[in-house]
Every structure is written in structure tokens, then in C-alpha cells.
Design a protein around this ligand. Sequence first.
Ligand SMILES: C[S@@+](CC[C@H](N)C(=O)[O-])C[C@H]1O[C@@H](n2cnc3c(N)ncnc32)[C@H](O)[C@@H]1O
Length: 298
Amino acid sequence: MHNTTYSRQRVSRKTGWTLPVPYCNCGCPDTVIDTGHIGHWLFQLTKCQCQVVNLGAGFDTTYWNLKDQNLVAKNFIEVDFTSVTSRKCYYVKSRKQLLDKLTSEDGDIKFNSTDLHSSDYHVVGADMRKLDEFEKKLNECGIDRNLPTIFLAECVLVYMTADSSSALVRWIADKFPTVFFVNYEQVNMLDRFGEVMVENLRTRGCALAGVTHCISLDSQKDRFLTNGWEGANALDMNQVYKNLPHDEVQSMEGFGVLVDLQVALFAHYCITWSYVDRQQPPLGLSSIRIAAPTETTQ
Ligand SMILES: C[S@@+](CC[C@H](N)C(=O)[O-])C[C@H]1O[C@@H](n2cnc3c(N)ncnc32)[C@H](O)[C@@H]1O
């Protein structure tokens, strides 16, 4: 097993909330940064009375990792193109051990070719650039706009045009009074390393249509702050790495994870987190943080 794969699994088992550092497409292995306390704080703050929406979830396994730790949100919804969700539905449907975990006293599991609905887990196909379609699919999952909700996007928004992702985050801020967003994707795309990354991906048929939001930590935060969000923070992955618990850093260094190329790579990925906390009294979303960066508020 690859060292970093081992690290990913170990961290996942420990906290259940991990953001991968993947898709560099330049020969680097993927690894993980543990953002455990973001998820745990939200689950603690709400006593699991919250929802999770994983945007562009692909084959992400966060729901299953959380469930293994008895961290079960009221609703966990994964959205992706139908071409992806149909494969994921087939995958779940054909594995008894996954189906057994979904079976509950209070509900059946409903499948069609692209969507899955169970009592607390949903996989739905939608193009998130089409907000009507997106909204309809969330409603089919029984989303409750008044419950605290966390939206996750890992290497997803960058594939949409800047206008489309801005419209999506604005729509979310408009519709959800208590909402937290965690976005993981590229940053510093205008320096030489960033230019090579963009070009490398483009020649492989993978255009980063939304790269203008990925110019700096400020441009990442501004996408939220100019679209109705109350506050936003961002850290590049070197900063996140420095704030990891000591034992995690030591074990990653022991595996030789942090080689020079990865230091450069870590400077080109970031986590941005943002919140709207309109309920009275506020839930306290402004206090959730990965480390202690300077916060930007509206
Ligand atoms: C690089 S993958 C990341 C998958 C997953 N988030 C992870 O970290 O493993 C990007 C995902 O976003 C999805 N995606 C991109 N644009 C989308 C859109 N407009 N609507 C729905 N899904 C989209 C893709 O289909 C793909 O599964």
C-alpha cells in the first residue's frame, strides 16, 4: 500500500473528515490533510441535527467513514453529474455490505438509474450550473433549509466557470440561514508553477474553467464574501500542514510525504471556509476554524 494511501486511511479512521490533496496530475501521489475538527465541531454544535451536501462528490466515501464513527447527520446528500451518480448507485446497489449499512427501520432504499434515496443518505444526479435542476434534486432528498447545513466541494468549483460557481454559492447563501461551506481546490494559479499546472491539465482535456477564483487566497474568499456570505477564511495547504497536530506531522514526515515538490504543490491548493449564521441566537459558525488565520468578514 502506498504510504500516503495508508496515511489517508489512518486519518480517515481517526476523524472521519479528511480533505484529500489530489488531482495534481503531475506525477505526485495524493495524500491527505486532516480537517477533522471542522466536521466534528459542526456535529457537536448541532448534536448531529445537521445536514451535509457534498457537491461534485464523485466516489468520495465521507458518508461511510462518518457512519463508521456513529456520526450520522440528519441528511447526507451527494450531487454529481448523472454519468457519475449512475455508476455510484450501481456500485452501492451491488454491494450487500453497503446496502446493509443503509437499511434502517424507518425507510426503504429507493433507486432509479441515477439517484439513490435512503433515510439519511442520498446520491443525486444534477448539473450544478443549472440551479433549478439542482434545487429540484435537493428537494427530492427532503433537504430542510432550516437545519444547519454544511456544503463540501473538493476540487469541483474550479471546473465550473467563475460566474457559475458564484451563482451557486450565492444561491446557497440566499436559501440557507445557517450554512457552512468548505471548499478545497487550487490557488496561486498565476505564478509559474500554477501556469504549468493549468496548462498541463488543459493538454489532458481538463480545462479549469473557474481558475479566476483561484488566483489567491483573497480571490477564493471574495467568491463568498461578494455573494452573500458573512465571513470567510482561507489557508494554503502548507499553512494547514503547519497547524496539523504534532503527531500527524511527525508521521507524515516519517513517511517522507513532505518532499520539495509537495511543498510547492501544497502552496497551490487551499481550503476556504465560509459561513452564514442568521439564526437567532447564532449557532457560532464564525468560531469554526482549521487554524487561526485572519478572518475576513463582510
Ligand atoms: C475532481 S472530481 C472530485 C470528486 C470528489 N469531490 C473527490 O474529492 O474525490 C470533480 C467532480 O466534480 C463533478 N462536477 C464538476 N462539475 C460539475 C457540475 N457542473 N455539476 C455536477 N458535478 C460536477 C465531476 O463530475 C467530478 O465527479
